[in-house]
Design a binder for this molecule. Structure first.
Ligand code: ZN
Length: 245
């Protein structure tokens, strides 16, 4: 069986400019996630970052990517619209997309959602409990009843997204808020999964349950099997004789 080609994309700015973040992710968030995924022989993993030419997402890279993982925060505006358009087209044509944490406000996620994707937040390092509300969903495979993170940034409702096609996790926060933390969408032939945890100053992407969710999500979001191209033309020659003219 051929391997699933995963590209982990990170804006990779916090880790270069802030020592406290660099201590948590010395090689960058993208490498922490990629290192974990590389342990699975089903995956072929590479990384790409904002400051590479074409943000590391050349036509060649995008063409061979089956699932793209996206982490961004302070530099959403630096992502070129032409690259966003290319990622968007690839998703509609079957590439999976996993958007993490502050990626909710990325150009690509907002374009795919068609809403503002705004939310409420608080950064005091409170406890988060992510409840698995669809125990049979492939993204929740191997998890217990919930995932507990001792220290996280809070994201609270209302989260301005369209109602997810499937909602896998709801988060509860120590301060009282709740949040739709694991949201699945179908967009064209592609699958999109938004997963909330991952504030840059906490070691979230070393947590085994969080990594399990990301790994499961890559498999869930893998592209569909080859199918004939869609036919959007005028169907002027019907398959059957139409008698009711
Ligand atoms: Zn954050």
């Amino acid at each position: 069986m051929s391997k699933l080609n995963i590209t982990v994309w990170n804006e990779f700015r916090h880790e270069k400019s802030e020592e406290r973040i660099q201590k948590v992710y010395p090689k960058g968030i993208h490498e922490a996630i990629a290192d974990a995924l590389r342990k699975d022989e089903a995956f072929n993993v590479c990384t790409a970052t904002l400051d590479e030419p074409e943000h590391g997402l050349t036509d060649e890279v995008l063409e061979k990517t089956d699932v793209l993982i996206w982490w961004g925060h302070i530099a959403h505006g630096d992502v070129k619209d032409e690259i966003v358009d290319k990622v968007y087209d690839r998703v509609l044509n079957g590439m999976g997309l996993i958007v993490l944490h502050s990626g909710h406000f990325s150009k690509i996620f907002k374009k795919l959602m068609g809403t503002s994707a705004r939310l409420k937040w608080r950064e005091v390092g409170e406890k988060e409990r992510l409840w698995v509300i669809e125990r049979g969903h492939p993204i929740a495979g191997g998890l217990g009843e919930y995932i507990e993170l001792p220290n996280e940034e809070m994201y609270g409702e209302r989260f301005d997204i369209p109602a997810p096609d499937e909602l896998v996790f709801i988060s509860w926060f120590e301060g009282g808020e709740v949040f739709r933390s694991g949201c699945c969408y179908n967009r064209g032939k592609g699958k999109v999964f938004y997963f909330r945890p991952g504030h840059e100053s906490f070691p979230i992407y070393y947590n085994e349950d969080i990594l399990k969710v990301i790994s499961n999500a890559c498999k869930w979001a893998s592209p569909p099997l080859e199918s004939p191209p869609d036919n959007y033309a005028n169907a002027s020659a019907p398959l059957e004789v139409i008698k009711s003219k």
